[in-house]
Write a protein that binds this ligand. Structure first.
Ligand code: ME8
Length: 652
């Protein structure tokens, strides 16, 4: 079907603040969104999956200052740098279609136009703001909204703040927003509706302060210099600017807006279900069809977050358990709308029980038996038995329920359905006892059908699990040599009849069992606070000044540097020491540097030591380096000085 005729599905994650290391809690929402996007693609939808980064605001400005870089350099590094946002999404196999950065020019220009449109409409007006400001959340609060005098979102201290500011007439839209929340399915799960109405709408919606003058890192209000647009206005409209709203750089607004669903964490439901629809109402734009507020991944009962120092590193987990196992765990274990407590035991248990025992074993037993009894080739023929119809009926029921649950964003329930099928298939092996059927020629046709039914159950389960574990499911379907057209979602009907044929291959175990005790110990070791940096003990012996002054320290430039043959320690340096005659120094630092990375560097050498022979070569002096021990590991840094210091310059 051509793309234009296909049904559209637009799904988004929140855009992430690039101010902190991303952790498994961030990956949670993105993995859920990715799984839904993949599911919809399998169903034949033309999907647009948007994610991105929310890069403006005082917090970023402050952090950049602390780091001694510009805000743009700061965000670039976190978004594009090593183990940055893009790296993490690559690691987690996130199949986003678009990635927006709120510092992108097209977005900035669009936000300026949007702000002006609401101003021209009279929904944004100028006033003065006096209130309480929570810096980490970038939120203003009234006294009555504070909880125990602290920010109601994050529980941190707030500060007094007063400034001339623009306001959005949120109060004007209170009734319409309340109606939207109470009388439609706009916000889910339903429990979040009560929270919003009781905590925010019933006490009375105040107009919202939507500009700041106390910092500059934001979208400037172009008709009033000094003001920058409130970061949440800038952020929320990303969902539309990424499709070309108020800009020429992007397209897709007509096809994809209104969004089918915004997945967001529960603490930002307020912004998405009250402020966002109110602004869209102001601009008379269609509202997104749904906001789904998921729960938090907690660690020891507290929200995992950088500031609380309890983050779990997705890189470590993915490396040890595999990305698919991690993706699966996140959605299998915690119901999407509720909070979940992350523990390593839970992760390992889920992998062992569901993936190694149930799924992995079913696949390996089935392909091994196919190999043993039929050399991997299941030909036309067979003989139906009493249990087959029951297995088939269950498979069909599972498929229907799975879709119902996926369409309601109930990932863990959808997975329970798939595991109902896998458990049934494992039980079917125990009931049909293929090893007994294999003993007699007469029961071989029955064995053929049993094996076909097992292959079919695995094929169906692998299709249904593909959105969750794309790489592993492809491997499973490869082991069964399932042709491309039988891997698609439209091929999800049960078909293990007489005419079916299979050709299966034995492969390495997909999900090896994890030794819980050993693994927990190793993880604990990895997470142990690092032992402090050790420095060499200070010398108790003093040196008299004149003796010290005899040491001749000079700046030297590395002309050449090579490994010394048969030595894994020594590097041989040819140095320009300013005399015109190259100086040779040998240094036992090969473990710490590659020769090529030192060529051209300006180093410090003591040059009046008597020459020494090392591995038969003469060394005329010593290079100065700094040595310490970090977490039991010896570290060495050659002293490097500014390149404008000429070769031979005396140091003293
Ligand atoms: O809120 N468990 O960005 P953010 C589950 N820029 N979800 C978690 C989590 C955890 N432990 N920690 C964070 C912002 N999240 C804004 C969004 S959208 C227009 C602007 C989720 O980086 C959190 O709930 O602080 C939120 O949905 C998302 O990560 C981004 O959080």
């Amino acid at each position: 079907m051509c793309t234009e005729c296909r049904k559209k599905f637009y799904i988004t994650t929140p855009i992430y603040y690039p101010s902190s290391n991303l952790h498994i809690g961030h990956a949670y929402c993105t993995v859920a969104t990715d799984t839904m996007a993949r599911y919809k693609r399998l169903q034949g939808y033309d999907v647009c999956f948007l994610t991105g980064t929310d890069e403006h605001g005082q917090k970023i400005e402050d952090k950049a200052k602390e780091a001694g870089v510009t805000p743009q350099q700061f965000v670039d590094n976190i978004v594009l740098g090593e183990k940055g946002v893009l790296d993490l999404w690559k690691l987690m196999n996130i199949s986003y279609d678009r990635f927006i950065r709120t510092t992108d020019d097209y977005h900035v220009e669009a936000i300026q136009k949007i702000f002006k449109m609401m101003y021209d409409k009279g929904d944004i007006y100028k006033g003065e703001y006096a209130g309480k400001y929570c810096k980490p959340c970038e939120s203003f609060w009234t006294e009555s909204q504070l909880v125990d005098g602290k920010c109601p979102d994050c529980g941190r201290e707030v500060q007094d703040a007063k400034e001339e500011a623009y306001f959005f007439r949120l109060s004007k839209y209170a009734d319409r927003v309340r109606d939207l929340l109470e009388n439609t399915d706009f916000l889910e799960p339903k429990s979040r509706v009560n929270e919003m109405v009781n905590n925010f709408i019933k006490p009375g919606l105040n107009d919202l302060c939507v500009s700041r003058t106390s910092f500059t890192w934001g979208v400037p209000v172009d008709f009033d210099p000094g003001h920058v647009v409130y970061v949440w206005i800038d952020a929320l409209f990303n969902y539309m600017t990424a499709l070309g709203f108020q800009n020429q750089a992007k397209t897709g607004l007509e096809e994809f807006w209104p969004a089918d669903v915004h997945f967001v964490g529960k603490e930002i439901v307020r912004f998405h279900s009250i402020i966002w629809p109110a602004m869209l109402m102001s601009l008379e734009l269609p509202l997104p069809k749904k906001v789904y507020g998921h729960g938090w991944l907690n660690f020891n009962g507290e929200k995992m977050s950088k500031s609380r120092g309890n983050v779990v590193d997705p890189y470590i987990l993915a490396e040890r358990f595999g990305v698919d196992a991690l993706r699966f765990f996140l959605l299998r274990t915690f119901p999407f709308g509720a909070d979940g407590n992350f523990t390593n035991e839970l992760l390992i248990n889920t992998i062992n029980i569901d993936l190694a025992n149930t799924l992995g074993n079913l696949v390996s037993r089935t392909v091994a038996m196919n190999q043993k009894y039929f050399a991997g080739q299941l030909a036309v023929g067979g003989e139906n038995g009493a249990l087959d119809a029951e297995v088939k009926a269950l498979a069909e029921d599972v498929i229907a329920n799975y879709e119902k649950q996926m369409d309601a964003y109930q990932f863990s329930n959808a997975l329970s359905e798939v595991f109902r099928l896998l458990d049934r298939a494992n039980k079917y092996i125990d009931e049909t006892t293929p090893w007994v059927l294999a003993k007699s020629e007469e029961t071989m046709p029955r064995l053929l059908t049993v094996m076909k039914n097992l292959c079919e159950c695995i094929r169906l389960a692998a299709i249904l699990l593909t959105p969750f574990m794309p790489t592993s499911c492809e491997k499973i379907l490869d082991l069964l040599n399932v042709p491309a057209d039988a891997r698609s979602f439209s091929a999800r009907c049960y078909c293990a009849d007489e005419n079916a044929t299979w050709n299966t291959t034995v492969g390495a175990p997909l999900f090896p069992r994890i030794d819980m005790e050993k693994e927990l110990k190793e993880l604990e070791e990895l997470n142990k606070p690092k032992s402090p940096i050790e420095i060499e003990p200070y010398s108790q012996e003093s040196v008299d000044f004149d003796t010290f002054c005899k040491s001749d320290f000079r700046a030297v430039k590395v002309l050449d540097c090579q490994n010394v043959k048969k030595s894994d320690k020594l590097l041989q340096f040819t140095l320009d020491d300013g005399t015109g005659t190259p100086r040779q120094i040998l240094s036992g630092i090969a473990k710490f540097y590659k020769p090529e990375e030192l060529i051209g560097k300006t180093l410090v050498a003591i040059v009046n030591l008597p020459p020494r022979k090392m591995m038969g070569r003469e060394s005329c002096g010593m290079l100065i380096s700094a040595i310490h021990t970090d977490n039991g590991e010896e570290k060495l840094n050659l002293l490097m000085i500014a390149d404008e210091i000429p070769a031979g310059a005396k140091l003293g």
